[in-house]
Design a protein around this ligand. Structure first.
Ligand code: 5AD
Length: 360
C-alpha cells in the first residue's frame, strides 16, 4: 500500500492518480506532505517559468447575471445588489489604462448579461484586438453557444475561462438551480477547446456539499481534459445567498490542491486567486509558493469594484490599478519572484493568427 508521500512522488513522476488514490491522498495527507507537495510544485513551476509570475488585468465589466448560482453574490435573486454595466468605451478605457501600466493580457469578466450578446460583444473584442495587437484577450462570460464562442474567437479572443465548478453531476445540481445543467457546462468546455481557445477550467475548494470524492472527480476530470489554465480558490460565503452560513474553504486545502494541480499539469497557468488572498493575509504569496504562477489584479473602475462581490470581504476593492500592480510587485519580490506583464501564453500557443496557435 502506497503512503501519501509515495502518492505525491508518483503524481509528480506520472502526472496521474486513480480515484481511490486521490481520495486517500486528500484525506490522509500530513502537514509534512503539504510542505513537500508545495516544495515540489514550486520547483516544477520554477523549472518551467523561472521566477516569473504573470499578471493579467481583469476588467469586471458587468455584474448583471441571468443565473442564480447558489454560491454567488451576483445571483439574480440577490435583489439588494446594485447592478452596473460598463459601456464599450469604458471597457476600452480600462484596457487603455491597463496597457499604460504594462499589462499585456486583458481578462474581460462579467455575469451572464444579455446585453453583451454577440452584437455588442464581438465588436468589443475586435476593438481591443485592433487597438492592442500585442495583447492577449481572455474572456470569462459564462455559458454561450458554439456559434457565439466561434464568433468571439474569430474577432480575436485568445483564451476563455469557464470553471467547471464541480465534475460531479450530483454536486453540480446542489450548487446550481434546476435551469442550469452540468451537461451544458461540459458542452461549453468541449466547444471552447475544439474552437482553439486556451481554456481554463476549475472549481472552488470547500464549496457546500463537496466531498473528497468530488475533489477526486475534479482532479480526474482535469487530468483528462488538460485545461491550459486552472482557476481554483476557496469557497467564501456571501451574506445574501442561500450559502450565507456555510463554512469557507480552508487555506491548507486550497494550497495543497494547487500544489497537486501543478504536479499533475506541470505547464498549467495557475492563478493565486483573489479569494485565496481574501481568506488569509498573504494568501496569494502562499499560493505562489505552493506552485501558482499567475496573479490577476483588477482593472475595474474603482467606483464599480464594491459592486462586483461574488463573496464577502473581497480584498483590493478600494485600491487604484496602479496601486495594485505596485503592491503585487513588492509582495512577489518579497518572496523571490518577479512580476511580468507579457502575454504569457500557454506552452504551444501564440499570438492570434500565429500558426502555432492551435498547437496542442
Ligand atoms: N466564493 C468563492 N468563489 C466564488 N465564485 C463564485 N462565487 C464564489 C464564492 N462565493 C467563483 C466561481 C466562478 C468564479 C467566477 O468565481 O467558481 O466560476
Amino acid at each position: 500500500m502506497d503512503t501519501t508521500r509515495d502518492l505525491l512522488v508518483r503524481l509528480e513522476a506520472e502526472h496521474e492518480l486513480s480515484r481511490e488514490e486521490w481520495i486517500n491522498l486528500i484525506d490522509n495527507r500530513t502537514n509534512e506532505d503539504e510542505s513537500y507537495a508545495a516544495a515540489r510544485a514550486r520547483d516544477v513551476a520554477r523549472g518551467i517559468f523561472g521566477d516569473a509570475v504573470y499578471l493579467r488585468g481583469i476588467v469586471e465589466f458587468t455584474n448583471i447575471c441571468k443565473n442564480d448560482c447558489l454560491y454567488c453574490g451576483l445571483r439574480r435573486s440577490n435583489a439588494g445588489q446594485h447592478r452596473y454595466r460598463l459601456s464599450p468605451e469604458r471597457i476600452l478605457d480600462c484596457c487603455e489604462s491597463g496597457y499604460e501600466l504594462g499589462f499585456r493580457t486583458f481578462v474581460l469578466q462579467g455575469g451572464e448579461d444579455a446585453w453583451f450578446a454577440d452584437e455588442h460583444m464581438v465588436p468589443i473584442v475586435a476593438s481591443i484586438r485592433e487597438r492592442f495587437p500585442d495583447c492577449a484577450v481572455t474572456l470569462s462570460l459564462g455559458e454561450r453557444s458554439h456559434e457565439s464562442y466561434q464568433a468571439l474567437f474569430d474577432a480575436g479572443a485568445d483564451r476563455y475561462l469557464l470553471r467547471h465548478e464541480t465534475a460531479s453531476a450530483d454536486h453540480y445540481a446542489r450548487l446550481h438551480p434546476a435551469d442550469m445543467s452540468f451537461e451544458n457546462r461540459m458542452r461549453c468546455l468541449v466547444d471552447l477547446r475544439e474552437i482553439g481557445y486556451q481554456v481554463g477550467a476549475g472549481m472552488m475548494v470547500g464549496s457546500p456539499f463537496q466531498t473528497t470524492a468530488d475533489l477526486a472527480a475534479d482532479m480526474l476530470f482535469m487530468a483528462e481534459f488538460r485545461p491550459q489554465m486552472v482557476g481554483m480558490g476557496p469557497f467564501i460565503p456571501h451574506h445574501a445567498t442561500p450559502f450565507a452560513d456555510r463554512q469557507p474553504g480552508t487555506l491548507a486545502d486550497t494550497l495543497f490542491l494547487l500544489s497537486c494541480v501543478r504536479l499533475m499539469l506541470p505547464n498549467v497557468l495557475l492563478p493565486a486567486t483573489t479569494a485565496l488572498g481574501t481568506i488569509a493575509p498573504g494568501g496569494r504569496e502562499r499560493g505562489v509558493l505552493a506552485g501558482a504562477n499567475v496573479i490577476m489584479p483588477t482593472l475595474t473602475p474603482t467606483e464599480n469594484r464594491s459592486d462586483y462581490l461574488l463573496y464577502d470581504n473581497k480584498i483590493c476593492i478600494t485600491d487604484r490599478a496602479e496601486t495594485c500592480i505596485g503592491c503585487m510587485s513588492r509582495c512577489m519580490a518579497s518572496i523571490g519572484y518577479r512580476v511580468v506583464v507579457g502575454r504569457g501564453d500557454a506552452p504551444g500557443f501564440g499570438p492570434h493568427g500565429d500558426v502555432s496557435r492551435k498547437g496542442n
